[in-house]
Design a protein around this ligand. Sequence first.
Ligand code: G3H
Length: 540
Amino acid sequence: MSTWNDDSFLSLFPEAPPAKVRIDPAQHSPRWLVDGAMRPFTGPAREVRSRVATRTGTTLSATLLGHEAQLTADDAKLAVAAAQRAWNNGEGEWPSAHVETRIAAVERFAAAVEAKTDEIATLLMWEIGKPWASSRDEVTRSVDYIRNTVVELQRLRQHDLSVQLGTAGGKKHFARTHRRALGVVLCVAPFNYPVNEFLTTVIPALLMGNVVIAKTPRFGVLANLVLLEAFRDCFPKGVVSLLPGDGRVVIPAVMSATEQDVAGNPTGVVHVLAFIGSEGAANAIMRAHPTPITLHKILGLGAKNPAVVLPDADLDAAAAAIVKGGLGFNGQRCTAEKIVFVHRSVADAFTAKVAARVDALKAGMPWDEGVGITPLPEETKLETMRALIDDAVSKGATVVNTNGGRGAFSIMRPAVVAGVKPGMRLLHEEQFGPIIPISTFDDAEAVLDWQRRSPFGQQSAVWGKAETARAFVRKFTRFVARVNLNDVCQRGPDSFGFSAADKSGFGTLSLKEALLSFSRPVLVQAQDQSVLDAFLSRPG
Ligand code: G3H
């Protein structure tokens, strides 16, 4: 393993970071939001340290950014009680507020987030190593997402006001369908998009009248906590709780909470789980719920998105896009291309183009201009990546780019691993990091067979001409939720449904579909339209 370590990478880390990006840890003391109040926390706290390290000579040390409260299960239960009061069986102030009242609150919140764009982006650079431009983009994209979701809600409302006509047994029926909130939502966002994927679940949930308990992600917790004031100031008491701490303590305490129904039977307090992370964690969280049948779920889980390069593909375009898609944010995107299947007739030429592009990527700190390779937040990430590479190399694969896999502390030059075959972990395991595994194929059926047997089904990308690719594309649509034609796998545009097949996820998010995912339809009908009109006031 030590053969991978390269002290020349140490010089990438600064002795002192530039003044404009420095963080004062005293500004990030332990705190949380519960029952409408931002509470300082006097219990145990964890040091939040960044793998964007600082250097003294040849010694690197993880930079102290602040402290995170380690909430207990009893603390988490206070948030549950506050959420129950705010929900009040759908009759609390927030769920029963007129939709325009909710929209106004969310618009105030969007403005408050926008005002803190640079502060949040600076924390993202430190906490997760995301380059400055992408960190800012994560915040601005989230603000746009909020505002565009409001537009969708207004459209949906127009639809609510229209009358549906149906016939049954020769008789006419008139109906209006309204959307109603589901209840208490537990939102758990991932570390790679700790602000964007947090807000793209929390905001549609709130707009539809739900109340939210959010667990901050493992990394990116301070960036989330910057939003505390805005949540406190824009929403009524108990409607949003923000809980830092160890997920293994906080999440089961929330998920296992019960209340009694009219018959005295216990039923789960949490109505919706919105979770983005691993399959194992999702299963463990759902198992803690006392009445799984009452739990709605929206899940974004693992993925091993393949890119397929056919013989007639534009190899330059494919190589450029796959390097971007596979290594954007060091490959830590659920939507990244995580395996490339290239036709044998173009494999050497394509692999050389990919290797050259990866060699041209600049490594450095997230604030460095034009940087593409930055520190990885997880402490054991380099070891995990190198174990995957070692496994493949020991079974006959080759690292084909300069210094691929080499690095120090938290930074690693991406590895382009060619000759990936069955029996190697890189063929089927999600690396979620800076490796581009390349596998050569002769027969398209072998690639389809791989996809058929893959437990994952998020997206795929197909590179080639329409005549060659058509049958391939049609077959891929049976196994994944999105096929990208001569384009990278990705979540956006945000107006497109973001969903997954198999073990890659459940439910759909998008500007519009997230509103549907966090609500249920309720229909009011009569056989006489004037009765319907007379009985219904304007829906709220
Ligand atoms: O990690 C999953 C993200 O939702 C990916 O979003 O494709 O826009 O980077 P993106």
